[in-house]
Design a protein. Structure first.
Length: 192
């Protein structure tokens, strides 16, 4: 976010980097507004708070708050190694992959390991509506997750790419299976 600035595009539809930073800040610092991220009944309040934070917070302060992680009193502090690492990785890639000429990056071993551990848990939640018996597999042939029902489809990629795929983001993965089943998997909603 620092390198591209506050007005750069992201892969989060309708959001630039300032909007995405505000989303991350309210998620961690505004427990009154966070429920609307997942619960439609509260979405309007969340959007209003997020817009206010985006419009009235200095860019450097906004990014500093994102970089500092959740405050001590936040329940996300306890979940940081599992949920927050994946969330921050996904949104980091939302910024990177919206820029021209992006390429997948080599991850530090510790980050890669955390994302690999998170993938089966998140995949079960985010791929629940996919119409197919889905296997997420690494290029080395390790199956990270098998879930769902229907025609069998294998999605192959690095664990971080599989994680991005499982939340409906742009990912470098390959599909194997019946063409219509593969298309159904590609088109199915993914995410929470």
């Amino acid at each position: 976010m620092r390198s591209v600035g506050p007005e750069a595009p992201t892969l989060c539809e309708g959001w630039n980097t300032r909007d995405l930073a505000a989303h991350l800040v309210i998620r961690e610092y505004r427990p009154d507004a966070a429920p609307g991220i997942l619960i439609p009944l509260f979405a309007r309040h969340t959007a209003n708070v997020q817009n206010d934070v985006a419009q009235h917070t200095d860019w450097d302060e906004l990014v500093d708050r994102v970089a500092s992680g959740p405050p001590v009193y936040s329940p996300l502090k306890l979940l940081d190694p599992v949920v927050n690492v994946a969330e921050m990785f996904i949104h980091h890639e939302d910024v990177r992959r919206a820029q021209p000429g992006w390429e997948p990056r080599v991850l530090e071993p510790a980050l890669a390991s955390m994302l690999r551990r998170t993938l089966p848990l998140m995949g079960r939640l985010t791929l629940a509506k996919v119409p197919g018996r889905l296997a997420l597999r690494t290029p080395e042939g390790k199956t990270m997750l098998t879930t769902g029902w229907g025609p069998y489809v294998t999605v192959t990629g690095a664990p971080q790419e599989l994680l991005l795929f499982s939340v409906g983001r742009r990912a470098r993965v390959e599909f194997d299976g019946d063409a219509s089943a593969v298309q159904a998997v590609r088109d199915a909603p993914k995410g929470l």
